[in-house]
Design a protein around this ligand. Structure first.
Ligand SMILES: [Ca+2]
Length: 189
């Protein structure tokens, strides 16, 4: 068997065959890995898991909503306990709520501060206007609280049924909180 080929040449030939086989194998492996790799997600598509444990799967997604200059917001406007993706567009003072409504509220320069200010199930659209330190709550009150230069925040800091109006004043590092609460009725006369 191959007795005409000197032993050294047989060894070289065998190595060449082995190398070719290895290259084929690597090529197949690369093709296989490529086929399994997640493709670049289209907008809104869910990307294949990037990390897994026995109990947790991490997923990512991308959603195109809004444009340059918009202020992104996350709040449950619809009252289903899930936050909507939303943006406030300063250029036209309009709120765009994904899966919800689009409506004008506020003006350029306003700071959006959505929160549950009223007893509705969802959060109210609201803006704080730096020029006059006023809160404008859609479906609620207009409240003067804060001055130009303050940073407004909305949150339930006091544990009442609705959100408080809060401003942080950078110049003195002070928080100014405003809230409403029900007092006990006066004793009978
Ligand atoms: Ca919602």
């Amino acid at each position: 068997m191959n007795s005409a080929i000197p032993p050294r040449r047989r060894l070289v030939a065998a190595l060449a065959v082995g190398a070719a086989s290895l290259l084929t194998s690597l090529s197949l492996s690369a093709t296989s890995a490529s086929a399994q790799a997640p493709t670049l997600a289209a907008v809104g598509a869910v990307v294949a898991p990037t990390a897994t444990t026995a109990a947790t799967v991490t997923r990512t997604t991308t959603i195109a909503y809004g444009q340059n200059g918009d202020i992104p917001l996350a709040a449950d406007f619809t009252g289903d306990r899930r936050e909507e993706i939303a943006v406030f567009r300063p250029s036209n003072g309009t709120w765009y709520i994904r899966g919800g409504s689009t409506f004008p509220y506020g003006q350029n320069g306003d700071v959006p501060v959505p929160a549950r200010y009223t007893s509705t199930s969802g959060k109210n659209a609201a803006v704080w206007r730096p020029s006059n330190g006023t809160w404008y709550i859609r479906g609620g009150s207009t409240i003067s609280w804060g001055v130009r230069g303050d940073i407004p925040l909305a949150g339930n800091f006091l544990g009442t049924s609705v959100a408080d109006q809060v401003v942080f004043r950078p110049s003195n590092g002070t928080w100014y909180l405003r809230w409403q609460e029900t007092t006990a009725p006066p004793p009978p006369a």
